[in-house]
Design a protein around this ligand. Structure first.
Ligand code: NAI
Length: 273
């Protein structure tokens, strides 16, 4: 399917931890489409992830950076533009983490230190990243910045807990920074609201497997997988979407606009008689 639509484009891809990671699939597709890019992940991923193997496979530079640290991001951006030989055409923010979720702390009893960390890693980091890109004037004209989000930003999914707040903030930052980036630098900023996907971060959410099946049944097209999400990212990095900005784009097989699915109704028919 590759059409070289990212030929000559330079970018940075955050968050490819292992083969299941959405960012991993994005890196494979960007490579197929002719882009050159830097891979980045948290320093701890050097121990627990396989980012290095992917970097070797794709012959991509790997620069570790903790998204909560300004100096790490400054270093990442200046090294990336130097190593890639110019300004960036695309950046993928595919980062999320919640200690409250990981430790299964109920929503009504959230630990606020953890919550600070969640908001910092999963949402404020998007602003911090864009601020560094802005200050370094590191984005090329008509460049594209994408963050990944989930529909719990708009509707309640109880097990998603405080990550719902993080995603609301992330989407708002995309709109607000998108305005400035559009107006002053002709750069677009969007979020993709992705189906539940079997990854390390996804599977950390309570009841994930049941919820995955529910969403799959609710969506007329079924759940969107990581590979199709990667295709969508490629389209947003390409020149075919130059006028799309400040949007939250649902990539969920139709889940977001389905009220009820016939398949699920069948489960309740006997009970109503
Ligand atoms: P993943 O666990 O493979 O990716 C999360 C990444 O965040 C990892 O690579 C991890 O190392 C990185 N990270 C965590 N803390 C960091 C820090 N301080 N600095 C730098 N990187 C850090 O899981 P997945 O699912 O691929 O997640 C990617 C994005 O997609 C996240 O924003 C997630 O919320 C979002 N998403 C995931 C869905 C799912 O069901 N898996 C659904 C909708 C959105």
């Amino acid at each position: 399917m590759a059409k070289n639509i990212l030929q000559g484009k330079r970018g940075i891809i955050f968050g490819a931890l292992n083969e299941q990671s959405i960012a991993w699939q994005v890196a494979l597709k960007c490579h197929e489409e002719g882009a050159s890019f830097v891979l980045t992940n948290a320093p701890v991923a050097a121990r627990v992830g396989q980012t290095e193997a992917l970097a070797k496979q794709l012959n991509a530079p790997l620069i570790y950076a903790d998204v909560t640290k300004m100096e790490d991001l400054e270093n990442l951006i200046s090294q990336s533009t130097a190593q890639l030989g110019g300004k960036l055409d695309f950046v993928l923010h595919s980062v999320g983490m919640s200690l409250n979720v990981r430790k299964k702390i109920p929503y009504t009893e959230l630990n606020y230190e953890y919550m600070h960390q969640t908001l910092d890693i999963s949402a404020m980091s998007f602003h911090r990243l864009m601020q560094v890109l802005w200050k370094h004037d590191a984005m090329a004209n008509w460049g594209s910045i994408v963050g990944l989000t989930y529909i719990a930003a708009q509707r309640v999914f109880p097990d998603y807990s405080e990550m719902a707040e993080a995603k609301s903030l992330l989407e708002s930052i995309a709109r607000s920074f998108g305005y400035h980036f559009g107006k002053h630098k002709k750069v677009r900023v969007n979020t993709i609201s992705q189906s539940p996907t079997k990854t390390t971060a996804g599977s950390g959410v309570g009841g994930f497997d049941a919820f995955f099946s529910y969403a799959d049944k609710m969506s007329p097209l079924g759940n969107a997988d990581a590979s199709s999400c990667a295709d969508y990212c490629v389209s947003l990095f390409s020149d075919y979407t130059r006028m799309v900005t400040m949007q939250n784009l649902f990539h969920d097989g139709g889940f977001s606009f389905t009220g009820i699915a016939q398949d699920l109704m069948e489960n309740f028919k006997d009970q109503s008689n």
